[in-house]
Write a protein that binds this ligand. Structure first.
Ligand SMILES: NC(=O)c1ccc[n+]([C@@H]2O[C@H](COP(=O)([O-])OP(=O)(O)OC[C@H]3O[C@@H](n4cnc5c(N)ncnc54)[C@H](O)[C@@H]3O)[C@@H](O)[C@H]2O)c1
Length: 343
């Protein structure tokens, strides 16, 4: 494909607008031509800001448009399956935000639809495109730290959970919305799959959820045994308030790799009155802005080169399977075995 890829954005909320800006301004070989959002105002205003000619409140309008080659799906997770299956059937390439869907069965349908239509399907694990995460992957693959023994990955977000997340059956909760990234990092950096896992969780800050959703949790720890023999530990927390704190520690037989810093920049101000002060990373939007651009560029490059995306529907499915196993473990208090899968 030599001409530029014409992209439609479906869902122009927090993450959608980041994709929209990346495609409209930074990605080479792509054009943002359409925006859809369920909210009339959001759709119209975003299309105007992003320079897209077409806007709609019904995503079918974008899927019917011959001038749209690919869509980026950034709606609430529960809608991903329907939109992606229909988009694939209409011959549109798809970049779908994480979590891929709510259930493994939905992921299977999405993968089957993309395969049947011969379109590219990429899942939005943008940390794989972050320069620091890529450097860590290269160091591990070079053998510099020997065999991977332990991967600890945590994501702590400052903001309180959206109310729609309180119902774990509808949202899969923080393991899905927050820890999907850490789950993907664990699989990616080890190149191995989970064999068994156990998770523990509690609600420490989300007072509003307590009476109606007693099983909602805003802090979770998950221990994972991988087929390679490596051990994983994932921690997810919401509403920590102090900043956006994403960190990975990898320990090998000969060394270690660390990714992530709470420091927003390298400036430290020291005074007699206030002591030492430094800026904290405020949000994932700031930390991963360039990773979004690189991710969206990679999606467009995969379409133009007619190659598989770097992050596939299979990656999305395996993360959803681990989320489901983690929630089962929290519910039952038991260790959960994952289906036998080859690495
Ligand atoms: N990769 C990341 O780090 C990251 C970060 C944030 C969110 N996400 C994912 O992105 C998705 C969206 O999350 P968000 O935080 O941007 O949510 P959001 O609520 O800010 O935005 C969602 C948007 O989708 C719109 N919408 C709802 N139903 C729609 C429909 N039927 N058709 C078109 N638009 C519709 C809403 O009006 C809203 O503007 C979720 O799957 C979330 O997990 C990923």
């Amino acid at each position: 494909m030599n001409s530029s890829v014409r992209v439609g954005l479906i869902g122009a909320g927090r993450a959608g607008r980041i994709h929209g800006r990346a495609i409209a301004a930074d990605v080479v070989g792509a054009e943002l031509v359409a925006v859809c959002d369920a909210s009339h105002e959001v759709a119209e205003q975003s299309a105007r800001e992003l320079g897209a000619d077409l806007w709609a409140t019904d995503y079918q309008r974008l899927l019917e448009a011959p001038e749209v080659d690919a869509v980026v799906v950034v709606t609430p997770t529960r809608l991903h399956r329907d939109i992606v299956v229909e988009a694939a059937a209409r011959g549109k390439h798809v970049l779908c935000e994480k979590p891929m869907a709510i259930t493994v069965a939905e992921c299977e349908e999405m993968n089957a639809a993309a395969a049947a239509a011969g379109v590219r399907l990429q899942i939005g694990f943008m940390r794989r495109f972050d320069a620091s995460f890529r450097r860590a992957k290269e160091a591990i693959e070079s053998g510099a730290i020997g065999d991977v023994v332990v991967v600890k990955s945590h994501t702590r977000g400052p903001s309180v959970p959206h109310e729609w997340m309180y119902d774990l059956r509808a949202s899969n909760g923080p393991l899905a919305e927050v820890s999907s990234h850490d789950i993907d990092t664990l699989r990616w950096l080890t190149g191995s799959e989970a064999v068994t896992l156990q998770a523990f969780a509690g609600n420490f800050r989300s007072e509003a959820a307590r009476s109606e959703y007693p099983d909602f949790y805003d802090a979770v720890l998950m221990n994972v045994q991988l087929r390679s023999g490596a051990l994983g530990n994932i921690e997810g927390q919401q509403g920590v308030r102090y900043g956006y704190d994403a960190h990975v520690d990898v320990v090998g037989t000969h060394g270690s790799v660390q990714v992530g810093s709470l420091r927003g920049n390298s400036t430290v101000v020291s005074t007699a009155d206030a002591g030492m002060r430094a800026d904290i990373v405020p949000s994932w939007r700031d930390l991963f802005q360039q990773a979004y651009v690189a991710q969206d560029q990679s999606f467009i490059d995969a379409i133009r080169a007619e190659r598989d995306p770097e992050v596939t529907g299979e990656d999305g499915l395996r993360a959803v399977a681990m989320v489901a196993a983690g929630n089962e473990s929290i519910r039952t208090g038991r260790r959960v075995a994952l289906d036998a899968q080859e690495d």
